[in-house]
Design a protein around this ligand. Sequence first.
Ligand code: DAV
Length: 364
Amino acid sequence: MSDQQNPSYPVVNAHNEWDPLEEIIVGTVEGALVPPWDVIMEATLHREELWEFHRMHGGTPWPNELLRAAEKDLDEFVHILEAEGITVRRPTPYDFSRPLCTPDYEIKSSCYALMPRDVLLVIGDQIIEAPMGWRSRYHENHAYKDLCKEYFQKGARWVSAPRPQLGSKTYKEGFVAPQEGDPMRTILTEFEPLFDAADVIKCGRDIFAAISSCCNRFGIDWLQRHLGDGYRVHEVEVYDTHPMHIDATFYPIAPGKLLINPERVRRVPQIFTQAGWDILVCPEPMMPSSHPMYNSSRWICMNVLMLDEERVIVSKGEDRLIQAFKDWGFKPIPCNFWNFSTIGGGFHCATVDIRRRGKLESYL
Ligand code: DAV
């Protein structure tokens, strides 16, 4: 009997980015809203010309033609996953349009369930609800509660990091994002632990995280202490004027293979070079600069999804990266995704791995 028929591992089981994928959550465009304008937006959005769009339309539904085009990409992606024998789960429909008011802040609405990668951090058999830095995403975890409860009933561990307050002490007063070339700085203070799950990437016993507009040192320290001695949580030094998440920047995609963004990773951590890893430099993205991108940058091409150590889902149109993957010995599976990326992110953002067939190991 194969492992697949008789799993000797838990229903939730993900130790790295490349063990054979069996079950995954894919986000949804249903009910997606433009993120409401807030203090965090200028620190996150690279293109200033988009700020006005968010100021005007934040908290309202995305234009229908953008949503439908994004949905078409997502449907193709789900189809590929299912055809490869992977179980695909979806979030519960949720009304993101309701305003919220806490003792610490008020905000016009929530956002969406487009990107489960940001919300749930799965490490081993454990689901950690992330202490997210955006007020408008504070309740996004609610769209995944049904799934978390089900996985818990089937044996998964399920915790929430300390829920952040997100009041005025969380953000630096009068913060102005750096210009290219300025020293890196981010909007968050160290008032409380914060990270999005996508600020973290797994490589067995070594976990990597990068400071961003939604992740601070306090958050990384919390994660290290929570995971305990069995794990080493490393902070990766990145350079990004509007940093958000590690998965279009620094991505261990297979044992001995680290994919890096050449603009953002200026020094590869010694631990990889010492261990003899191949450093794969992501080629320049091919998405035309004129393609509308409301949430992420063209480097979203790096945000691929590994189905196992060889098969990698990569965006159609990114021919240089597709060729590079072939040259590096991978088997790329192209899928249309630029229209999803317009309002969201890449394949890694749009998913969260629930079960991969493998064990906790050290690769470094
Ligand atoms: O630069 O495109 C993408 C965020 C991925 N979770 C970027 C950041």
